[in-house]
Design a protein around this ligand. Sequence first.
Ligand code: ADP
Ligand code: MG
Ligand code: MG
Length: 256
Amino acid sequence: MSTLEIRDLQVSVKLPEGELKPILAGVDLIVKSGETHAIMGPNGSGKSTLAYSIAGHPKYEITGGSVTLDGVDVLEMSVDERARAGLFLAMQYPVEVPGVSVANFLRTAKTAIDGEAPKLRTWGGELRGAMERLHMDPAFAQRNVNEGFSGGEKKRHEIVQLELLKPKMAILDETDSGLDVDALRVVSEGVNRVRDTGDTGLLLITHYTRILRYIKPDFVHVFVAGRIVEQGGPELADKLEEEGYERYVAGAGSAR
Ligand code: ADP
Ligand code: MG
Ligand code: MG
């Protein structure tokens, strides 16, 4: 059992002029392995800032609060250490990795995270199986990472990583964006397989309720102006679908 604990997290983005612009205004959240949490909120509310901060993106400065994984300070870790500790953050990986094939990339990532290379005898089959389950052409393994990938291919590759790396905690930011209905279903099935292992905690960040028709969250958090303003069960997502974020935005004021 693993626990990701976010306490009163306050984060500013570093602007090019060196100024700090406060975005996260005190976020509290606890995610345990086997649980699925959805963070839902309007554009610009700071959802990606939360994901990037946990990933250790250098553009964001932590100005207060803490993030721990099983009691260990995540914010003190390098990006690599975070991955080895069992945090999966799709956005930590480079946009394009010239000259590195999907197959090599996945094997290298798996080796780095496990501390030893996966067994050659079983690895090939695991990789093929994961790709097959996401309805990907086997030839995809020989393509260079993210080079000319369509939006849907990027998301499928993300879920293949998730299935093979078996993280303790996974943060998926806007995994549903830009997917057609068929791709959304295939990607959601992949997320549900990971969820059903009961070994991974999932934090799904999304603007739309669409993906939550396929992946049922245990908890829904409404995120507005840099903080969580309401929490509930899956029924809260249905309410948001009907009512939108308007009444939360009106009541929230500004984080800044
Ligand atoms: P969301 O993911 O909910 O749409 P973001 O975390 O992307 O929200 O952005 C939150 C706020 O922070 C927005 O007002 C956005 O303009 C601002 N912001 C984020 N990154 C930067 C940046 N690099 N420079 C300036 N403003 C930024
Ligand atoms: Mg946005
Ligand atoms: Mg975002």
